[in-house]
Each structure stands twice: as C-alpha cells, then as structure tokens.
Design a binder for this molecule. Structure first.
Ligand SMILES: *[C@@H]1O[C@H](CO)[C@@H](O)[C@H](O)[C@H]1NC(C)=O
Ligand SMILES: *[C@@H]1O[C@H](CO)[C@@H](O)[C@H](O)[C@H]1NC(C)=O
Ligand SMILES: *[C@@H]1O[C@H](CO)[C@@H](O)[C@H](O)[C@H]1NC(C)=O
Ligand SMILES: *[C@@H]1O[C@H](CO)[C@@H](O)[C@H](O)[C@H]1NC(C)=O
Ligand SMILES: *[C@@H]1O[C@H](CO)[C@@H](O)[C@H](O)[C@H]1NC(C)=O
Ligand SMILES: *[C@@H]1O[C@H](CO)[C@@H](O)[C@H](O)[C@H]1NC(C)=O
Ligand SMILES: *[C@@H]1O[C@H](CO)[C@@H](O)[C@H](O)[C@H]1NC(C)=O
Ligand SMILES: *[C@@H]1O[C@H](CO)[C@@H](O)[C@H](O)[C@H]1NC(C)=O
Ligand SMILES: *[C@@H]1O[C@H](CO)[C@@H](O)[C@H](O)[C@H]1NC(C)=O
Ligand SMILES: *[C@@H]1O[C@H](CO)[C@@H](O)[C@H](O)[C@H]1NC(C)=O
Length: 398
C-alpha cells in the first residue's frame, strides 16, 4: 500500500507544483512604480520654433528615468537613467535651438547618469514591388527624410504625446508617432498589446493616407539607435508561446545593447514583427514585417538630423536598421493606405510576455484533469490494495 501511495502521490505533487509555478508566472510579483511628471519645453518662456521638447520625469525609489521626445529635426526619443531620485534636466534654449553644439541639454549631476540610449526615426523608404517579391533592395524611390517634415505641435494627454507630420509630396497623408510613458507594469490596449513596465515607453508609428508613388508600393521605416558606450547593436528574435494578445504572431524581436558579449542588457527596443493595415484592425489586417541587420552609421549625419542627439551627445555611436512592412503575396500599401507599427523602448532587460488567462485556463484544465485522475486513481488503487490485502493475507505461498 505504501508503494501505491508513493507512486500515486509523487507525480501529483510534481504536477501540482508545476501548475502553481505557472500560475505564479501569470500573476507576477509586486509591481514596481514610478512617479511621473510631464513638462513641455522645460525652462522655455516661448514656443520654440522648429519643434517641441517633451520631458517626462519618472522617479523610482532611488533612481530617475528621464524620457525626452523632440521634433527638432527627425523625431527622437532619448532615455537617460540616473542613480539619483533628484537628478534634473537643464536646457540652454538659445544653444539648443542653434543645433550646432553638444552640451545644450544636460542632466545634472552628470555623475548620476548610469545609462542613456536614443532612437531616431530617420527616414521612410518606399519601393515599387512590381513582381510582388517584397524585396526592398529592388526599386527604391527617393526616401522621405523625417527631418524635413513639417511637424505639428505635441498634443499631450497625461503621460502620452501625439506628433504628426507631413511633407508636400505626401499630398494629404501624414505620419504620426504616439509616445506613452507608464508608471507601472501593464499591457497596451490595442494590438499588438505589448507588455510594458515602468522602465519602458511605447511608441506607436502609423502612416495614414499617403499617396503611394506606385500601385504596388511597399514601405520601410529606418530607425537609428544612438548611445554613448554601449549602443544597441544586435537584434535577437525570441519565440513567444502565447498568441492571445497578438493573434498569429509567435515571435518578439529585441534590439539590445551588449556589454562585451555578456548577456546583460542595458537598453532595448522591442517589437512584435507585425503591422496593421487598419486603425481598428481585424485579424486579416495584420501584415508581417522584417528587419535588416543593425549596421554602424555615421554619427555626424544622425546628429545633424536630430536636434536632441546634437544637444545631448558629444561622441555618440550609432547603429541603424530598417523595418519593412509586408511579405510577398501580402496586400500592398494602396489597399488601405494605412499602416501602424508599435515598439517599446526602455532600459534594463526587456519585458517578457506572461501567459494570458486563456492559456492559464487551458493549462489548468490540461494539468488539473490528469491531477484529479491521478488522485482518484491513487485512491482507487489504495482501496483495492487494502481490500486485496485483507482477503489474501493468509493465502498460502506456492
Ligand atoms: C534607497 O536608498 C536608501 C538609502 O541609500 C536605502 O536604504 C534603500 O534600501 C534604497 N532602496 C532601494 C529600493 O534600493
Ligand atoms: C552656432 O550657431 C550660432 C548662430 O547660429 C553661432 O553664433 C555660433 O558661433 C555657432 N557655434 C558653433 C560652435 O558653430
Ligand atoms: C551614482 O553613480 C556615480 C558614478 O557611478 C557615483 O559616483 C555616485 O556615487 C552614485 N550615486 C549614488 C547615489 O549611488
Ligand atoms: C520583374 O520580372 C520581370 C520578368 O520576370 C523581370 O524582367 C524584371 O527584372 C523583374 N523586376 C524586378 C524589379 O525584379
Ligand atoms: C519632395 O519634394 C521636394 C521638393 O518639393 C523634393 O526636393 C524632394 O526630393 C521630394 N521628396 C521625395 C521623397 O520625393
Ligand atoms: C532635408 O533637409 C536637409 C537639411 O536641411 C537637406 O540637406 C536635405 O537636402 C533635405 N532633403 C530633402 C529630400 O529635401
Ligand atoms: C489631440 O488629441 C486628441 C485625442 O488624442 C484629439 O481629440 C484632439 O483633437 C487632438 N488635438 C489636436 C489639436 O490635434
Ligand atoms: C525597473 O528599474 C528599477 C530600478 O533600476 C528596478 O528596481 C526594477 O526591477 C525594474 N523593473 C523592471 C520590471 O525591470
Ligand atoms: C494604378 O492603377 C490604375 C488602374 O489600375 C492606373 O490607372 C494608374 O495609372 C496606376 N498608377 C500608377 C502610379 O501606376
Ligand atoms: C569591455 O572591453 C573593453 C576592452 O575590450 C574594456 O576596456 C572595458 O572595460 C570592458 N567593459 C566591461 C564593462 O567589461
């Protein structure tokens, strides 16, 4: 009987602990919070010509994350992480607007800076995919330089800001970027419903109503990552087992910094390889995207295109990549004249997707059913064994 109980109980205990740890994964631990304050054009007495500067200060227990978003030139997001909860931002506006020297935007005290990273949204590329091969090296049109766009003023709502821009060649269309900063962990409301933390911000990019230069046009977006010591230099692709939040997409890509090949990540840009062809997408409006390998770029060109990079970095390192929207056989941009894509930009390790309630429920059923069966089976074996023991106790041994 003892043997029966041990055989029966061991796997049950094991399955039970697996189940509990799965639940633990889903619910997560205590949530980390930051206190957010939002300032538009800090320290400026007038509306700066040439574009706005947004500063979101996110104060943690013993650290501060400064999120800066600026449309002086190409739209740029800069994250500065300090080890002090009282670090401040200083902008020398006349120098900042001249855009010809570094040091016009500083975080004080400078010794508190742990890490900084920036992403420049530099160009929109378009090609004529005449044979529907989705090969972006084929017939590229002259690129749209985002630094030459006419940008709207930043439209703020809480810790979120909307920026839209246009060029004459677009006719009526526009390219918009929406930044959101978060005080604690959560998940976006819209597909691809990325998981965010208090150490990351989310940027949604969409281009709406552009007049494509060919009927079979596809688009690419060029991003440049700028950093001081350890710029974002490699892209990792991870499998994600759960597709409830981002239907049909089982991958997540992250562009990360690497410290001499160690696995420690200081900063990241993370996305799911999917874009949507409608603003309120259904599943069939999802279109896969791909990225090129990050390549070192001329930091001088990047600093010339972005006021924020020029102002903060003196000797930056830059890597660039492009994200191309649509694969062979997918509908062309002209089908809906809309594309939206979302990225997360943050410091520290990128968030890892947890299991959704649906998957937890499936696991509960999948693991719970054998568990119950095992328990019942164990009991049944015990009862039978006891009954057998009592009836066969005096049976002679042959
Ligand atoms: C913050 O710093 C204080 C004093 O230096 C220390 O006591 C506390 O443990 C730190 N908190 C965290 C979360 O690191
Ligand atoms: C930057 O530009 C301003 C005026 O636009 C000029 O006075 C100043 O000398 C320039 N500085 C440098 C370092 O080129
Ligand atoms: C922050 O880091 C700097 C340099 O790494 C160090 O000198 C300073 O003491 C640190 N400050 C705190 C509050 O830990
Ligand atoms: C498209 O296909 C035609 C015929 O197969 C070929 O001649 C042409 O070079 C292709 N164009 C591109 C851009 O691949
Ligand atoms: C847009 O138009 C300007 C002049 O109006 C021209 O210089 C530029 O090359 C055009 N850009 C594109 C991407 O066609
Ligand atoms: C964009 O602006 C830069 C700087 O003003 C200029 O050098 C470049 O020619 C412009 N590009 C286009 C396509 O207009
Ligand atoms: C600002 O954004 C809100 C919604 O995000 C929108 O309703 C409003 O019209 C926008 N304002 C301007 C001036 O664009
Ligand atoms: C965010 O950063 C803080 C301070 O560096 C750290 O204590 C916390 O664990 C981080 N949270 C996440 C979710 O990475
Ligand atoms: C796109 O296709 C339509 C008809 O299908 C044609 O009239 C038009 O000229 C084409 N435009 C371009 C830019 O090829
Ligand atoms: C990385 O390597 C360089 C030289 O290869 C060295 O100077 C630097 O201290 C290393 N950094 C870290 C964080 O190990």
């Amino acid at each position: 009987m003892a043997a029966a109980v041990i055989c029966g109980v061991r796997p049950v205990v094991f399955l039970f602990s697996v189940f509990i740890s799965c639940l633990g994964l889903f619910s997560g631990g205590e949530t980390f919070k930051r206190k957010l304050t939002v300032e538009l054009n800090p320290g400026s007495t007038t509306v700066p010509p040439g574009g706005d500067l947004l500063h979101v200060r996110a104060v943690g227990d013993n650290d501060t994350l400064h999120f800066l978003f600026c449309s002086q030139g190409a739209p740029t997001l800069l994250l500065i992480h300090t080890n002090s909860s009282s670090s401040t931002l200083e902008v020398d506006w006349p120098l900042f607007l001249a855009r010809n020297s570094s040091g016009s935007l500083r975080v004080e005290p400078e010794s508190s800076i742990l890490y900084s990273t920036a992403v420049v949204f530099s160009r929109l590329l378009e090609y004529d995919d005449i044979n529907d091969t989705a090969d972006p090296t084929s017939d590229l049109f002259p690129p749209y330089e985002l630094q030459n766009f006419t940008w709207s003023r930043l439209n703020l709502s809480g810790p979120a800001a909307l920026l839209c821009g246009t060029v004459s060649n677009f006719s009526i269309g526009s390219l918009c970027l929406q930044l959101s900063v978060f005080e604690s962990e959560g998940r976006g409301q819209l597909w691809p419903r990325l998981v965010h933390t208090a150490n990351s911000s989310q940027m949604g990019v969409w281009f709406d109503g552009l007049l494509p230069r060919a009927n079979r046009s596809r688009f690419l977006l060029e991003l440049q990552a700028v950093g001081r010591a350890y710029p974002l230099s490699r892209v990792e692709a991870h499998r994600s087992i759960d597709d409830e939040y981002t239907p049909s997409i089982f991958k997540v890509s992250q562009w990360v910094s690497s410290v001499n090949g160690s696995s420690d990540v200081l900063g990241f840009v993370q996305w799911k390889p999917v874009a949507y062809r409608k603003s309120n997408p259904a599943l069939e409006d999802a279109t896969p995207c791909r990225h090129s390998d990050p390549r070192p770029q001329s930091s001088e060109t990047t600093a010339a295109s972005s006021g924020l990079i020029r102002a903060f970095y003196s000797e930056p390192e830059t890597f660039g990549l492009t994200v191309s929207f649509g694969l062979a056989g997918e509908p062309f941009y002209s089908s809906t004249r809309f594309l939206s894509w979302t990225v997360l930009v943050g410091v520290g390790s990128p968030p890892v997707d947890s299991f959704s309630p649906l998957v937890v429920a499936i696991m509960a059923v999948g693991l719970g059913t054998p568990l119950v069966l095992l328990l019942l089976g164990g009991l049944w074996v015990c009862v039978r064994k006891r009954a057998a023991d009592s009836t066969t106790a005096y049976e002679p041994i042959n």
